[in-house]
Ligand binder design. Structure first.
Ligand SMILES: *Cc1c(COP(=O)(O)O)cnc(C)c1O
Length: 462
């Protein structure tokens, strides 16, 4: 019978463990407090094990290894990179748009240094933070003026608060959308102090429906139903006609475009998403859209419009509350600069790159992932399958992008276990399950991550 007290006396002391060179390295990597805390936890665990009779001899090597693992896990960033193998390009839960290299570089540069954020260096006087992007936005969209806030939800709320307070806002019943969370058209109206006037039916709204309720104390709001689609017997009033109507009654037309694309995706087989330039040319007085949907930039709400309306919005107190950060402006400017040449934008902005991906290239990409996983020694049935990916982020409903996936059916564990273990890695791999197999869609995966994916799959399923 081993005496528990004798075993407890054999527990290594902190002073001794600290001398281990791996612990010294951990202190350098994770900090002294975090490392010592992990060591303490690790010793406590063995002590508890001895007291409950599970542990026989305390093992210093094991204690150190457990502590190192713990220190590493504890110091891991809560917000961190994941590998998106779902095929959903603008995955709301996975951070929507990835930024271009140029945008990332710009963010770093501006974050680390002082900048001319609100300073006009030419003239040595105060400047406006929006100056960095306003000229670019004018050039790319043809809109007279612009303002950028934190996200499109803020943009819509600001536009209505500044331009439609105590006014009647006319919206089609077919455009009463919930964008997510509690962000619904009626709630925004309430919040902005405007009065919602619904016209038409869910599937059809006519010009006459708008005209019947319109007066000089109204605002026309059009919402691009970018996160759902009514199919079949439908009719909406084209923006151009709403603009005519607005002119007739001198009421502004606000268009919540949602996604906002600078590229004509119909050239790539994707219909129903008008370019911002077209919408601006059709004469909407105010246009709002997201920076991190189809534009492929940072989270932002971009507001375009005539100077008259933008000036009113700039003076509204919410503009200060919704003010964008310098890192966002840096990322947005760099993203907009890519659009100065469409080819460059498509090549350099990940969202565009993915949407326009070539099928033959995707097939080759899937083959390379397949081979890497196979070479790592996978214990599974694997095939390459043709599949449909989605754009996501409430963009382009019912529109799919052809893609290729690597389908894996593990021999030694359930596909659910495999999915969950890949999800819990240091760099989580987020995959789909379908037909009792794990599906890795290569469309949204960076080739640079293939090696890591192959190694991780090997570790998980062997
Ligand atoms: C996505 C979306 C919004 C919200 O934009 P955020 O940038 O997510 O705040 C608003 N309106 C429409 C039509 C949208 O599609």
């Amino acid at each position: 019978m081993i005496d528990k007290n004798d075993l407890l006396k054999k527990l290594p002391k902190m002073d001794e463990l600290i001398l281990d060179e791996r612990i010294a390295k951990a202190i350098a990597d994770y900090g002294r407090n975090a490392t010592l805390e992990a060591l303490r936890t690790s010793i406590d665990k063995v002590r508890a094990g001895i007291l409950s009779g599970i542990h026989k001899e305390p093992d210093a090597v094991q204690i150190i290894e457990d502590a190192l693992k713990l220190a590493k896990t504890n110091s891991r960033m809560n917000l961190r990179k994941v590998i998106n193998a779902t095929g959903t390009i603008l995955h709301t839960n996975l951070g929507r748009a990835r930024l271009s290299e140029s945008a990332c570089k710009a963010v770093c540069e501006i974050a680390k240094n002082y900048s001319n954020l609100e300073y006009n260096v030419e003239e040595g006087r105060r400047g406006e933070r929006y100056d960095a992007v306003s000229e670019l936005l004018r050039e790319l969209t043809g809109a007279e003026d612009s303002l950028v806030v934190n996200n499109n939800a803020a943009a819509v709320l600001l536009a209505l608060s500044a331009l439609a307070k105590d006014k009647r806002v006319i919206v089609s019943r077919g455009e009463q959308v919930e964008i997510g969370g509690m962000f619904r058209v009626p709630e925004i109206m309430n919040q902005s102090g405007s009065i919602l006037v619904e016209v038409g039916c869910t599937n059809k709204t006519h010009y006459a429906d708008y005209e019947a309720v319109l007066d000089e104390n109204s605002v026309l709001l059009k919402v691009h139903t970018s996160n759902y689609k009514i199919i079949g017997f439908t009719e909406e009033v084209p923006l151009k006609e709403l603009v005519e109507l607005g002119k007739k009654y001198e009421t502004p037309v606000i268009y919540d475009l949602g996604s906002g694309s600078f590229i004509d995706f119909s050239l790539y087989g994707i219909q129903g998403e008008p370019t911002v330039k077209k919408v601006a040319a059709d004469g909407a007085d105010v246009i709002t859209f997201s920076g991190d949907k189809l534009l492929g930039g940072p989270q932002a709400g971009i507001i375009l419009g005539s100077k008259k309306y933008i000036d009113i919005m700039k003076k509204h107190p919410l503009t200060r509350a919704f003010r964008i950060d310098k890192m966002t402006i840096a990322a947005l400017e760099a993203t907009l600069r890519e659009y100065l040449e469409e080819d460059r934008a498509i090549k350099n902005i990940p969202v565009l790159n993915q949407i326009t991906a070539d099928m033959a290239e995707l097939h080759d990409k899937a083959k390379r992932l397949f081979e890497k996983v196979e070479k790592a020694g996978s214990n599974a049935d694997m095939t390459i399958t043709e599949d449909k990916a989605t754009i996501g982020g409430g963009s382009m409903p019912g529109q799919f992008i052809d893609t290729y996936c690597v389908e894996i059916k593990p021999y030694n564990l359930s596909v659910n276990d495999m999915e969950s273990r890949l999800r819990k890695l240091d760099v989580p791999i987020i995959a789909r399950i379908a037909n009792d197999a794990l599906i890795l869609d290569v469309l949204t995966v960076d080739e640079a991550d293939f090696e890591y994916i192959a190694r991780s799959i090997y570790e998980v399923i062997s």
